[in-house]
Write a protein of this length. Structure first.
Length: 115
């Protein structure tokens, strides 16, 4: 599975950049930021990309090789990534808040387990 490239990069939310800095070694932070910003996720407007980005970062746990695997998986089915990170239910903003990620300004997208 290869990551999908899109012509316009995502602008990473400040809280996602902060999570990258918390989770990854300084030597990996630019790589992770660039890959998240430039990898198109096949979800259209269904879910906000930062929500999937947060899920990818948590599941990778600071491991660059694992990060690449999870990004590839998210490109195949981003919903599985949300489920694995505990962000697929209606309480996803509360889960993010408890983990220290500010997400109030993010677009909501649909919520609930039907994702």
């Amino acid at each position: 599975m290869s990551a999908h490239k899109q012509s316009v990069a995502y602008a990473l939310e400040a809280s996602i950049v902060k999570e990258i800095q918390r989770s990854f070694a300084p030597a990996d932070q630019d790589y992770v930021s660039t890959k998240l910003a430039n990898t198109g996720l096949p979800m259209g407007t269904v879910a906000p990309p930062p929500r999937v980005h947060a899920a990818i970062l948590w599941l990778a746990k600071g491991d660059r090789a694992k990060f690449d695997e999870i990004v590839a998986g998210a490109c195949a089915d981003w919903r599985d990534t949300l489920v694995a990170a505990g962000l697929a239910n209606q309480n996803w903003k509360l889960v993010l808040d408890k983990r220290g990620i500010e997400c109030e300004s993010w677009p909501a997208g649909p919520s609930g387990p039907a994702l």
